[in-house]
Design a protein around this ligand. Structure first.
Ligand SMILES: [Zn+2]
Length: 434
C-alpha cells in the first residue's frame, strides 16, 4: 500500500495531462543515443499506442524501434494460451491500424510463459525479449531489511536468471529469437532501492556493461521512459563508458539484433583437410561478419590483433596451418540440437568417431544433449559457450556481433503510459480484459 501511495505521488510528477512531459522524456533518451548514431527500442501496450499514434509515429520516424508490450498492460501468466493468442492478435491489429512497424514483443512484468513463445512464433514475431538476466551489482549487506524484501520480490516477479548461468547472447527457439534483457531495471534501482543519484546509477550500469563486455555479450538496458529525464545523466555516463572500452561496442536496437542474428545464422565455415597440419577454409558469410581465429597461422595474411585470444581474419578463402583441425567435433550420439546450437553461436561443428577425436580442437560427446528442463538447457548452453570461449586449441569461429564489434548494448524501455489518464485507464483496461 505504501508503495502504491508513493507511486501515485510520482505519477503526477512524471506524467502530465498532455503528452508534453512524456515527449520530453522520450527525447531525452533519444537525444543521448543520437549522439552515438544510435536509437532505442520502446515497447508499448497497444491501447496506449491507439491513444497516441501521432507521438509514437514521430519517435519511430526519428529512429526509435517500437515493439509490442501487450494489448493492455497485463501479466500473461494469468492468461491461458487462447487468451494470450487473442490479446496478442488484438495488439497486432492496433499496430497495423496505426501503421507502426513492429518486430518484437516484451511482456508487461516480463511475465512470459511457455504458451507465450508458441503465440509469438505463430503470429510471426521475429523476437521476444523477456528472459531477465540478473546482475548482482548491488551491495546487499548495505541495504535495509525492508528494501531487501522489496528487491527480492521483484526478482521473483521477473523470474530472474542469475547472470552466471546465462550466456548473455540471444538464441533461437525455432524461428523465434530470444534476446535476453537485464535487471535490475530503473524501477528496481529508483523505486525499490531508492538509488536516485544519477552518478551512482550510471556507475552501476557501467559495471554491468563491463561484465557483458568481458563475455562479448549483449547488454539490454531497461529504462522506463517515464524516468528518461531523471536517468539522462546516468545514460550518458554509460554510453561514454561503453565507447571508451578497448574493442568497439555495437549500440543498437533489439530489432536490429534480431535481423543480424538471422543473417548470421546462415553463415557457414567449410574446413577441408589439405596436407599434414594444413586445411583449406572457405567462409560463406556477408561482409559484416566478424571472422575470428586463435592459435593458428593463416598463410599469406597479416593477422589483425583483436581480443586477448582471437585474431580478426579479413580473407574469406584461405589456407590454415595448425596443430589441430580448428573446429568442434561431435560424437555421433550427440543430438542434432547441440550441432545446431553451436552453428547458431558461430562455432563450426562436424561429426567424428572417437578415434579421430584428438585431431580436432575440441571433441564433444553429449548424449543427453542440451537437457530437458529450461534450467538445464540454460545452464548447458552457458557452459558450452564458456568452454569453447576458453579453448586454448586452434579455432576458427564467427564473432557474435557485426563489423568487428566485441559486444552489444541495446537501450530499451517500456512506455507503459503517456499521460496521467493512461495511468488510471490501465487499471480499468486490465480489469476489463479478463
Ligand atoms: Zn510495462
Amino acid at each position: 500500500m505504501q508503495t502504491f501511495a508513493r507511486r501515485l505521488g510520482t505519477v503526477f510528477t512524471r506524467f502530465g495531462f498532455s503528452e508534453t512531459a512524456s515527449r520530453r522524456a522520450l527525447y531525452a533518451i533519444m537525444n543521448s543515443l543520437h549522439a552515438y548514431n544510435a536509437a532505442p527500442t520502446f515497447f508499448i501496450p497497444a491501447v496506449v499506442l491507439g491513444r497516441h499514434p501521432a507521438l509514437i509515429a514521430e519517435i519511430a520516424q526519428d529512429g526509435a524501434e517500437i515493439g509490442v508490450h501487450g494489448y493492455v498492460h497485463n501479466d500473461y501468466r494469468s492468461l491461458n494460451a487462447q487468451q494470450q493468442h487473442k490479446q496478442t492478435q488484438q495488439a497486432i491489429s492496433v499496430f497495423q491500424d496505426t501503421r507502426i512497424a513492429y518486430h518484437g514483443f516484451r511482456n508487461p512484468y516480463l511475465g512470459w510463459t511457455e504458451e507465450s513463445l508458441h503465440v509469438f512464433t505463430d503470429l510471426g514475431f521475429a523476437y521476444e525479449s523477456n528472459e531477465a538476466v540478473f546482475h548482482d551489482i548491488i551491495d546487499f549487506d548495505r541495504l535495509a531489511l525492508q528494501l531487501k524484501h522489496s528487491y527480492e520480490k521483484s526478482l521473483v516477479l521477473f523470474q530472474a536468471i542469475p547472470c552466471n548461468t546465462y550466456a548473455l547472447r540471444p538464441h533461437f527457439e525455432g524461428s523465434l529469437l530470444r534476446i535476453p534483457t537485464s535487471i535490475p531495471d530503473d524501477e528496481m534501482l529508483f523505486d525499490r532501492l531508492r538509488i536516485t543519484d544519477p552518478e551512482e546509477v550510471g556507475y552501476l550500469w557501467c559495471r554491468v556493461m563491463q561484465r557483458v563486455y568481458d563475455r562479448g555479450g549483449l547488454y539490454t538496458l531497461n529504462l522506463h521512459p517515464e524516468r528518461g529525464v531523471l536517468c539522462k545523466q546516468a545514460l550518458d555516463i554509460l554510453l561514454s563508458y561503453a565507447c571508451k572500452l578497448p574493442l568497439p561496442i555495437w549500440i543498437t536496437r533489439l530489432g536490429d539484433v534480431a535481423h543480424w542474428w538471422k543473417e548470421r545464422s546462415k553463415f557457414r565455415l567449410s574446413i577441408t583437410p589439405h596436407t599434414s597440419e594444413h586445411w583449406l577454409v572457405e567462409a560463406r558469410c556477408t561482409a559484416r561478419a566478424t571472422l575470428l581465429a586463435r592459435n593458428l597461422t593463416i598463410e599469406g595474411e597479416i593477422m589483425m590483433p583483436w581480443s586477448d585470444v582471437d585474431f580478426c581474419v579479413r580473407s574469406r578463402r584461405f589456407s590454415v596451418q595448425a596443430t589441430h583441425c580448428p573446429c568442434i567435433a561431435l560424437s555421433t550420439q550427440t543430438p542434432q540440437e547441440v550441432v545446431d546450437f553451436l552453428q547458431e553461436q558461430g562455432y563450426p561443428g562436424v561429426r567424428c568417431s572417437p578415434e579421430e577425436a584428438q585431431t580436432f580442437a575440441l571433441y564433444l560427446d553429449l548424449p543427453a544433449g542440451l537437457g530437458i528442463t529450461r534450467e538445464e538447457q540454460r545452464q548447458r548452453r552457458c557452459e558450452l559457450v564458456e568452454r569453447i570461449e576458453q579453448l586454448a586449441a586452434p579455432l576458427l569461429h564467427f564473432g557474435c556481433w557485426p563489423d568487428r564489434n566485441n559486444a552489444a548494448l541495446a537501450v530499451s524501455g517500456d512506455i507503459d503510459s503517456v499521460t496521467v489518464q493512461d495511468f488510471f485507464l490501465r487499471i480499468i483496461e486490465v480489469f476489463l480484459s479478463r
